[in-house]
Design a protein around this ligand. Structure first.
Ligand SMILES: Nc1nc2c(c(=O)[nH]1)N[C@H]1C(S)=C(S)[C@@H](COP(=O)(O)OP(=O)(O)OC[C@H]3O[C@@H](n4cnc5c(=O)[nH]c(N)nc54)[C@H](O)[C@@H]3O)O[C@H]1N2
Ligand SMILES: Nc1nc2c(c(=O)[nH]1)N[C@H]1C(S)=C(S)[C@@H](COP(=O)(O)OP(=O)(O)OC[C@H]3O[C@@H](n4cnc5c(=O)[nH]c(N)nc54)[C@H](O)[C@@H]3O)O[C@H]1N2
Ligand SMILES: [Mo]
Length: 681
């Protein structure tokens, strides 16, 4: 995408294009600037771009007026350098895609077991006796996990799926190594498929916990009392809570029958080891944190933490989203991290918490966030309440996007905007005049080196580390940090990481070993729990669920097969049988019939959000085609992310984690008022 492309297409033109179109225009190769009042991006020299960033940041009334977002592809090295630069500048405003993704998991896990990550290895998954896959669509989003699940089946293990949609990838499975493809008429992957109501998981897992405790009382041998006594607290309170739960509420809450939940509980009791895997179907609800605490209750009651084949497995998205958090990309990094950072680097990191994604949008909306930088990602499309977010971003003085490809976040800009093109992970990185590697951490806490092999798309591209260090050099003129040394040798950054973050001893060497190394994990390695009480915590979680008034439906937003988040590769969703179209609403024919719509009808989706005043605030998603989909639970409809993001209210977030509730939005349907061509987004 040469400057000629930008001369041809005005920013207004780009803003009218779909992300599908934008993403197909090729790789970004030159830094570009949109000047105040300008209509087109123009070329800019790298140094001039860094000067513009530095002068804008210096002109702010406070460093807290700047927002530094990160997506999850940024390497450990770039992430560490980035948060160091941001904190040396003077703010903790480091929102990231985790805020919209696994923040609820981190929150619930930290509180209950003292570490915000999963507790299993790949071997654990492959050798487990029972795997519960809840709120996750691995066939599309984690295809490599299917091979692990197949091993479970071959080894005589069982799989239970918990999902309001019957997903083909969990139902029928064929080995992806075979030419016939992953999904076909192969064997059923899931031994039991619980078609739960959207947002029904809190009631579901509470029901299982209740049954486990009752079975233990009547026949014994179900609850791991030795583990409970030695490693946990809260058992008696939990037992009392379970006794108070009524089956009518558990059934209504989960949308499942008592018999179905009993069947699951029997499998849990019969299993020698159990892993619970989950993804966005569990994390993006108002009650996600209590739901995940209930998941942990079920694991703890049965002693399924810290032994082979057992544990908690939040399945992550972006290749380094977990590593970025380990590196301090967090608006609420703990005191010990900040203190070690100060000690090592000589900076004085601010202690006031920064803004997460939702608060960043609020800050920009209210004129308190005047600078936005995106280290990768597509902030304007990935976030909720698209109209509000767009309006917020356009109020800023400067937006900066570090990217490989064009997306909407380059078209919806502040008064001025910069595009800084960067190397992709697969490209050879010769920053500092020699080949360098970076490293990443996966969902199983494995850290390994990553060498780019391909020739870069352009010789003018800079690595993310180089970009961050250059901004620091232009901005922080009397900094105690030797930024240039970090650019010359990423090993210098790794030595800082080794000094600040536990578990990285001998980082330089171990990262380059085949397969890398695994970070320590108290619950997994030694059943140690760094919680408030030094024990794993069984928690009492009051039942709650989203109220869906008469005639309304509960909408979840999800991924199709041909997309990676906001990057749309194609318009098909093969396992769900949708072709050439994304503006669709999956609806159970029973609901469609009751609401009086024809199959295929063009409808508007209106989300209804009750304000504190009692008034209902409405958001309208225009022109979606109804698709009959008996595989979705009655009352529960589904549309694609990001097209449906206009419907998610900014203030509708999870308790404690403030994750947007992208999986439960109350909506009603109306015949579409839209005429003419379908909207681009
Ligand atoms: N090809 C591809 N791979 C990806 C991505 C991609 O976009 N494309 N994105 C990556 C990222 S960042 C992430 S976080 C992961 C996301 O991976 P997933 O979490 O699998 O992604 P979603 O499509 O959001 O699917 C959520 C699943 O949860 C179910 N669900 C919805 N609501 C509920 C509920 O209330 N309860 C239960 N039990 N289930 C529910 C949906 O029916 C769906 O099957 O994938 C990663 N991998
Ligand atoms: N309604 C709804 N909203 C959601 C979700 C949902 O399920 N429903 N899911 C949420 C989740 S789980 C997530 S993780 C977020 C995702 O939020 P983001 O991470 O912000 O979005 P992505 O679409 O993954 O970002 C893709 C962009 O990253 C850039 N990019 C790709 N590779 C690189 C690289 O190597 N370096 C750099 N610098 N840039 C690169 C490209 O320009 C590409 O366009 O969205 C969230 N939003
Ligand atoms: Mo994600």
């Amino acid at each position: 995408m040469t400057p000629a492309f930008f001369a041809q297409h005005s920013v207004a033109d780009l803003a009218g294009r779909s992300d599908y179109w934008l993403g197909q225009q090729g790789r970004l190769v030159a830094p570009m600037v949109l000047r105040e009042g300008g209509t087109h991006y123009e070329p800019i020299q790298w140094d001039e771009a860094f000067d513009l960033i530095a002068s804008t940041l210096r002109g702010l009334d406070s460093p807290d007026e700047a927002i530094f977002y990160t997506s999850g592809r940024t390497s450990n090295e770039a992430a560490f350098a980035y948060q160091l630069m941001v904190r040396a500048f003077g703010t903790n405003n480091l929102p990231d895609c985790s805020n919209m993704c696994h923040e609820s998991s981190g929150e619930a896990l930290s509180e209950t077991i003292g570490v915000g990550k999963g507790t299993v290895t790949l071997t654990d998954v492959e050798t487990s006796d029972l795997i519960i896959v809840a709120g996750q669509n691995p066939g599309t989003n984690h295809p490599r996990m299917l091979s692990a699940l197949e091993k479970v089946k071959k080894g005589g293990g069982r799989i239970i799926a918990v999902n309001p949609l019957v997903e083909a990838g969990l139902k029928r499975f064929k080995n992806p190594q075979k030419p016939s493809g992953v999904i076909g008429s192969g064997t059923d992957l899931a031994d039991q498929y619980c078609q739960i109501r959207v947002n029904g998981d809190l009631a579901f897992f509470a029901g299982i916990g209740k049954l486990l405790v009752e079975a233990d009382d009547s026949r014994g041998g179900v609850v791991d009392h030795e583990f409970i006594a030695e490693h946990t607290d809260g058992f008696e309170a939990l037992r009392g809570h379970y006794a108070s739960l009524a089956w009518a509420d558990l059934e209504a809450g989960s949308g499942l029958s008592r018999a179905e939940i009993e069947q699951v509980a029997e499998q849990v009791i019969a299993a020698d080891s159990m892993i619970i895997c989950w993804a966005m179907g569990l994390t993006q609800h108002k009650n996600s944190v209590p739901t995940l605490r209930e998941v942990i209750n079920v694991l703890l009651l049965t002693g399924n933490i810290g032994r082979p084949g057992a544990g908690a497995c939040p399945v992550r998205g972006h290749s380094n989203v977990q590593g970025d958090r380990t590196m301090g990309i967090w608006e609420r990094s703990p005191e010990w991290f900040l203190q070690r950072l100060d000690d090592r680097t000589g900076i004085q990191a601010p202690r006031k918490h920064g803004v997460d994604v939702v608060d960043a949008i609020r800050a920009m909306r209210d004129g308190k966030g005047r600078f936005f930088m995106g280290m990768g990602g597509n902030f304007v499309r990935a976030t909720p309440d698209s109209a509000a977010t767009e309006a917020a971003l356009t109020q800023t003085d400067l937006t900066v996007q570090v990217s490989t490809k064009l997306n909407s976040s380059h078209a919806i800009t502040g008064k001025q905007a910069l595009i800084l093109p960067t190397l992709g992970r697969t490209e050879k990185d010769e920053t500092g005049g020699h080949e360098q590697f970076v490293s990443v951490e996966d969902s199983m806490s494995m850290v390994h080196a990553s060498w780019g092999r391909l020739k870069p798309a352009s010789p003018h591209l800079r690595s993310e580390v180089d970009i961050v260090v250059s901004i620091a050099e232009h901005l922080l003129t009397d900094s105690p940090v030797d930024w240039a040394a970090m650019r010359a040798d990423y090993g210098v950054i790794r030595s800082h990481i080794e000094a600040v973050v536990p578990g990285f001893a001998d980082y330089e060497r171990r990262a380059q070993e085949p397969g890398g190394f695994v970070l320590p994990n108290g619950p997994r390695d030694s059943r140690t729990f760094a919680t408030e009480t030094g024990r794993a915590r069984l928690t009492v979680n009051a039942l709650s669920r989203v109220d869906v008034p008469q005639g309304r439906l509960l909408l979840q937003t999800m991924r199709s097969h041909d997309q990676y988040n906001t990057t749309i590769y194609g318009l098909d969703d093969r396992y769900r049988g949708v072709h050439g179209e994304r503006r669709v609403l999956f609806i159970n024919p029973i609901d469609r019939f009751e609401l009086g719509f024809e199959e295929g009808a063009l409808i508007d989706i209106i989300s209804e959000w009750p304000l504190p005043s009692g008034e209902i605030e409405e958001r309208r998603g225009m022109a979606f085609a109804l698709i009959d989909y008996p595989e979705t639970a009655p009352g529960c409809v589904a549309a694609y992310f990001p097209e449906a993001n206009v419907l998610v209210p900014l203030d509708s977030t999870a308790e404690r984690s403030q994750t947007p509730t992208s999986k439960s939005v109350v909506v009603r349907l109306e015949a579409s008022v839209h005429t003419g061509a379908l909207p681009q987004r």
